[in-house]
Design a protein around this ligand. Structure first.
Ligand code: NAD
Ligand code: LMR
Length: 334
């Protein structure tokens, strides 16, 4: 019997990430090659014509899996019965801005979207926050969507995770698929801590630790970390636009692994609501190593944390504590 279509909402669908993301979803990259999709696309009035153009292109592409498109500027219509919500809409960071500089503009947007999803989405709707500052927007989302379980709200740090895999692969001259179990801890910002302490490399003579193969500890503690931390800014400088295709691809990776499960023995990084694991303040949306099974994520427990990692993990947590309190100064005015 044919599967029922899954309704996937993309907010900010006329923007750059939206334009890269919707064809990936319609091609089955997010939910698999056998899963029919109904795409819900939301944007604002000034982008309504552009959104219509994206809808026309989706029709022209004749995607076999695409069973319908809702393209609208009406938040309630966009949110009705959606099973997966990818939250990309919002005010973008421009060159020279910090991700948290856009927080005051995104609080009212997230309030409207979260409230509509809480009321109109399908039960058990899964939410991925991409809009920056992604971790703190997830806090805002949770605040205004109290009926959506916190387990169903996540934010995107998979792009940072993928960047980390690629930096290690490049350094060792191996393919990124031979690298696994890197971790990105904390905030999707320049304080994030990309950590290769537990990473392994598949070689012809078996699994080896990345730390063992990369003799240069100085590189691992310095250039490697700053390269990943600053990658978004570098792309913004050279492209004059923030990363879009890699962000869209990472969003597909995130939802696919969440709903279909992580491969055995492998974890990925996801921004999730802290339960106090690894001493991180509960309630912060913090990027942890997670495994996924039966459409649920679980934080990988028991990893050894050395003194260097502890300092880096705490520094990025501190930034999130400050962002959260900054966000609440706006939430409390709403
Ligand atoms: P963009 O400006 O091209 O697109 C944003 C879209 O959101 C626009 O079409 C805009 O009209 C729309 N929008 C604005 N207000 C809205 C509202 N109230 N409701 C619905 N739509 C609304 O930006 P982009 O390059 O697509 O990036 C989107 C966001 O993703 C930014 O916040 C960016 O910083 C963030 N981002 C996050 C990551 C990550 O890894 N977490 C990576 C890249 C970009
Ligand atoms: C990225 O990491 O590429 C983006 O978060 C950059 C940005 O600020 O949109």
């Amino acid at each position: 019997m044919a599967r029922a279509p899954v309704r996937v909402l993309v907010t900010g669908a006329a923007g750059q990430i939206g334009y890269a993301l919707v064809p990936m979803i319609a091609r089955g990259i997010m939910l698999g090659p056998d899963q029919p999709i109904i795409l819900h696309m939301l944007d604002i009035e000034p982008a309504a014509e552009a959104l219509k153009g994206v809808q026309m292109e989706l029709i022209d592409a004749a995607f076999p899996l695409l069973k319908g498109v809702v393209a609208t500027t009406d938040v309630v219509e966009a949110c009705k019965r959606v099973n997966v919500a990818v939250m990309v809409g919002g005010f973008p960071c421009k060159e020279g801005m910090m991700r948290k500089d856009v927080l005051p503009k995104n609080v009212p947007i997230y309030r409207a979207h979260a409230s509509a999803l809480a009321e109109h989405a399908a039960p058990n709707c899964k939410v991925l926050v991409v809009t920056n500052p992604a971790n703190t927007n997830a806090v805002i989302f949770k605040e205004f969507a109290r009926s959506i379980p916190e387990k169903n709200i996540t934010c995107l740090t998979r792009l940072d995770h993928n960047r980390t895999l690629s930096q290690i692969a490049e350094r060792l001259n191996v393919h990124n698929s031979d690298v696994k179990n890197v971790i990105v801890w904390g905030n999707h910002s320049s304080t994030q801590y990309p950590d290769a302490s537990h990473a392994t490399i598949t070689t012809t003579s078996g699994e080896k630790s990345a730390r063992e193969l990369i003799a240069d500890q100085h590189w691992l503690h310095n250039e490697f970390i700053t390269t990943v931390q600053q990658r978004g800014d570098v792309i913004l400088k050279v492209r004059k636009l923030s990363s879009a295709l890699s962000a869209a691809s990472a969003a597909c990776d995130h939802i696919r692994d969440w709903l279909h499960g992580t491969p055995k023995g492998t974890w990925v990084s996801m921004g999730v609501c802290s339960d106090g694991s690894y001493g991180i303040q509960p309630g912060l949306f913090y990027s942890f190593p997670v495994t996924c099974e039966n459409e649920e994520w679980s934080i990988v427990q028991g990893l050894e944390i050395d003194e260097f990692s502890r300092l880096k993990m705490d520094a990025t947590a501190q930034e999130l504590i400050e962002e959260k309190s900054f966000a609440y100064s706006f939430i409390n005015q709403e």
